[in-house]
Design a protein around this ligand. Structure first.
Ligand code: PLP
Length: 401
């Protein structure tokens, strides 16, 4: 009898399942809108030219492959914190931000979860929006936190359920941890407006809740790294001691390089040092120290004036391509007299759009039109381009009629 005979087969990952079905389809018109990675105007993966230039610069220096410190490449973590919090951030200027490199955004959330589980001085419960990125529940549950939910998305308006969200924040026990998507909410593409963020910041302060920002799309949402950091920077300015998970997967296209950072706003430099010492103790038994190459790329871009400008333009280019696809999809659906209200396609932001398509409609699209998306009707806007958007629009229009 095998040692593992009682291990049951786990369910397949719902998003990877979409890609498998896509791969098996032989129709030339097929479209994969499941993946959460940027595609260029020809549907191809995109390596940023600022990334290639940074790699060339690194190669010239012929650096060694020694281990990084537990907390990562110091030039990288410093530059990552500056990008997120802004050069004029008070806690940053006061050397009061504890920051460590992480294995992309997922690893940052996982370090954060483990740290909160060990040191958060109140109930170890984290509230995430409904819906949220599918991995949030698993990450925080495996970190030993209790995972609860707050209202976020309104199916009827395909928009933000702001009243429901506020009511749920109001009724949380004080000192609960609240996970907030800093921008480009995944999977809905629905974000609070700046005015709503201001209100949320006050409410979260009033209720003494602890905000944990997940920022996986800085710059990728609006095209501006500053605009996309509005919520985070506003909360910090208002005195919140935030936790932050950052990812460079999307905004630098460094998906597989696994570049990210986790940070905590401390009261002062002395507290920051205590926090960093404990973050290292969390990290050391998990993976000892983080990978080197991607952090070198990101820090080279963030600290070199020319490369930084080139990168900013490229992030803007990616965001604008997606925004233009939103506009074209909306116009197409309207001119095809597609039943329903489609303005959310244009008002949503970032990689994803919650189309409002039902699960049966997504099945019809897969079977009849060779178009693949998750069963909740989420599409990756990056999978659309000038070659397939008309076919996609017509197919959606038919599926809805
Ligand atoms: N958080 C959100 C909301 C995401 O959408 C993603 C990626 O899809 C991540 C975090 C983390 O991704 P990664 O670990 O690739 O940086």
């Amino acid at each position: 009898l095998s040692t593992w005979s009682t291990v049951p087969a786990g369910p397949p990952d719902p998003i990877l399942g979409v890609t498998e079905a896509f791969k098996a389809d032989k129709d030339p018109r097929k479209i994969n809108l499941g993946v959460g990675a940027y595609r260029d105007g020809n549907g191809k993966p995109y390596v940023l030219s600022s990334v290639k230039s940074a790699e060339d610069l690194i190669a010239l220096e012929n650096p060694d492959k020694e281990y990084l410190p537990i907390s990562g490449l110091p030039e990288f973590t410093k530059a990552a914190a500056k990008l997120a919090y802004g050069a004029d951030s008070q806690p940053l200027k006061q050397s009061a931000i504890a920051v460590v490199q992480s294995i992309s955004g997922t690893g940052a959330l996982r370090i954060g979860g483990a740290f909160l589980q060990r040191f958060f001085p109140h109930a170890k419960a984290i509230y995430i929006p409904t819906p949220s990125w599918g991995n949030h529940t698993s990450i925080f549950r495996d970190s030993g936190l209790e995972v609860k939910q707050y209202r976020y998305f309104d199916k009827k308006t395909v928009g933000l359920d702001f009243e429901g969200m506020k009511a749920d924040l109001q009724s949380m026990p004080p000192n609960s941890i609240v996970l907030l998507h800093a921008c480009a909410h995944n999977p809905t593409g629905v974000d609070p407006t700046p005015e709503q963020w201001v209100e949320l910041s006050s409410l979260i302060a009033e209720k003494s809740l602890f905000p944990f920002f997940d920022m996986a799309y800085q710059g990728f949402a609006s095209g501006s790294t500053t605009r996309d950091a509005f919520a985070l920077r506003h909360f910090v300015k208002e005195g919140h001691q935030v936790a932050l998970a950052q990812s460079f997967a999307k905004n630098m296209g460094l998906y597989g390089e696994r570049v990210g950072a986790f940070s905590l706003v401390a009261a002062d430099e002395e507290e920051k040092k205590r926090l960093e010492s404990q973050l290292k103790i969390v990290i050391r038994p998990m993976y000892s120290n983080p990978p080197l190459h991607g952090a070198r790329i990101a820090s080279t871009i963030l600290t070199n004036f020319e490369l930084y400008s080139e990168w900013e333009a490229e992030v803007k280019g990616m965001a604008e391509r997606i925004i233009s696809m939103r506009a074209r999809l909306y116009d197409n659906l309207v001119s095809l007299n597609t039943p329903g209200e489609w303005s959310h396609i244009k008002s949503q932001i970032g990689m994803f759009s919650f189309t409002g398509l039902t699960t049966p409609q997504t099945q019809t699209l897969a079977e009849k039109a060779h178009i693949y998306m998750t069963a909740d009707g989420r599409i990756s806007m990056a999978g659309l381009n000038a070659h397939n958007i008309d076919y996609f629009s017509e197919s959606v229009s038919k599926a809805v009629k």
